[in-house]
Design a binder for this molecule. Structure first.
Ligand code: SF4
Length: 256
């Protein structure tokens, strides 16, 4: 797995999509013109304006995204941009990736990094009790008999897996922490806890669907490490989790 997934995969696919859509729009504009003129003399003008507005919004959105990424700051509508990327562009980029031979996993990694960048650009801050650290069940040691779904604090903190460190980190900053065995439970945890922001650790698939489902709640996604393959004894980079928590906490809660 590429340890540093690149935003530019997503941006590259986006630029390619914009170019293809522009060509498609041009054909849509050019081909039916004569027929429209025969129906009514003002129809070609109305049709051209509609297509021009479409192209304008498409390129403005693309440029806004690129500028936000380059500047690393919220320029305009970052929140809305996140939603459009998660709900509309991401499925489209998966499709485009398939056409040009970019793996689904790479597009997902790129989407996660892009999402994190936009969330951080927005400087969304919250109190510890409205911040949720959501973990996948596969971080728990496979041989551990303690049941931590439902209540992660059942963990006996033996240190055989990183659940211990993550609980200590959550306790240090007084943030909520929970373990989910899948998307359904993750959604229920979010509904019950009503967080204002989420730091989630998971694989590409769960993170991308989680980010999409949670919108408009901002999520910083951290890919888990899988030294023993998927879903068994996975690991989280504690420093990355800590940085993500600090990125969400209001300044008065940071001095610990
Ligand atoms: S730290 Fe120990 S008790 Fe806690 S979940 Fe991991 S293996 Fe189980």
């Amino acid at each position: 797995m590429d340890p540093k997934p690149k935003k530019r995969v997503f941006i590259g696919l986006l630029v390619l999509t914009c170019l293809i859509l522009s060509l498609f729009t041009f054909l849509l504009w050019y081909i039916p013109m004569v027929g429209l003129k025969n129906i009514h003399s003002s129809l070609p003008l109305i049709y051209s304006i509609v297509l021009a507005v479409f192209v304008f919004f498409m390129f403005s959105g693309g440029l806004l995204l690129v500028f936000t990424i380059l500047r690393g700051k919220d320029i305009l509508f970052t929140q809305k941009l996140r939603g459009i990327i998660a709900k509309v562009l991401f499925p489209l980029m998966i499709l485009m990736g398939r056409i040009v031979g970019v793996s689904k996993e790479k597009v997902q990694q790129s989407f996660i990094e892009l999402n994190n960048h936009l969330v951080r650009s927005n400087h969304h801050r919250t109190k510890p009790n409205r911040l949720l650290l959501l973990l996948p069940h596969c971080i728990q040691n496979f041989d551990c008999q303690v049941r931590i779904t439902g209540n992660i604090k059942n963990c006996e903190r033996c240190g055989r897996c990183e659940i211990k460190d993550l609980i200590e980190l959550a306790d240090q900053y007084q943030v909520k922490i929970a373990v989910a065995t899948g998307g359904t439970l993750a959604r229920r945890i979010v509904v019950e806890n009503r967080p204002e922001a989420i730091v989630a650790v998971a694989c590409e698939l769960d993170l991308t669907s989680g980010i999409q489902d949670a919108y408009p709640i901002p999520v910083i996604g951290i890919l888990n490490e899988r030294p023993f393959g998927p879903c068994v004894n996975t690991k989280a980079d504690i420093q990355k989790v800590k940085t993500a928590l600090l990125d969400f906490l209001e300044p008065q809660f940071l001095s610990k």
